[in-house]
Write a protein that binds this ligand. Structure first.
Ligand code: CMX
Length: 135
């Protein structure tokens, strides 16, 4: 069902300052920034091997990432696993009684479809499932 770690989401206060760290200090490949209006975040992707780091900066005070930063400060926000068929995966998880944040796929960054599972159902780790769609 889950194929690989698509990305690791890290909540940051400043995208620009964090890009300097991940690109210039840690040497990852910067792939660009994007606004995900539906999630109220601006994101930057940095490639590392077959996976990515996703830096998340809130764009509004009521963004889930703003709430996370207020409570925890900067740090790992979620893990994202790649699946082939998100709709089918969600249906299977629902059948198993897993608590979902999103019952239906939503639009994510990089033209992907995404859905979150509730951290209370996944051992305290906010878990995202994503299905890459052709660009
Ligand atoms: N990782 C682990 N636990 C988390 C968490 C996170 N990122 N965010 C919240 N929680 C925990 C809280 O610590 C809290 O636990 P306790 O009750 O034990 O204190 C509990 O979940 C409830 O948290 P809350 O602060 O009251 O926040 P909400 O219930 O309002 O929302 C959540 C939590 C996960 C449902 C919400 O953040 C959400 O819907 N997230 C999915 C969407 C998202 O995060 N989008 C941003 C990224 C978008 C992208 O990658 O494109």
């Amino acid at each position: 069902m889950t194929r690989k770690i698509n990305h690791i989401g890290i909540a940051v206060k400043s995208l620009d300052a964090s890009i300097l760290l991940y690109r210039d200090v840690l040497g990852m490949t910067f792939e660009g920034t994007e606004e995900v209006a539906e999630q109220k975040v601006r994101v930057a992707f940095l490639a590392i091997g077959e996976s990515r780091i996703e830096l998340l900066e809130p764009t509004a005070a009521d963004s889930p990432v703003a709430k996370f930063l207020d409570k925890n400060g900067e740090g790992i926000h979620h893990l994202a696993y790649q699946v082939d068929d998100l709709e089918q995966t969600l249906a299977g998880l629902k059948e198993q009684g897993v608590r979902l944040v999103d019952e239906k796929p939503r639009q994510g960054a990089h033209n992907s479809l995404i859905a979150f599972l509730h951290p209370k159902a996944t051992g305290g780790v906010l878990t995202e499932l994503c299905q890459e769609t052709p660009r």
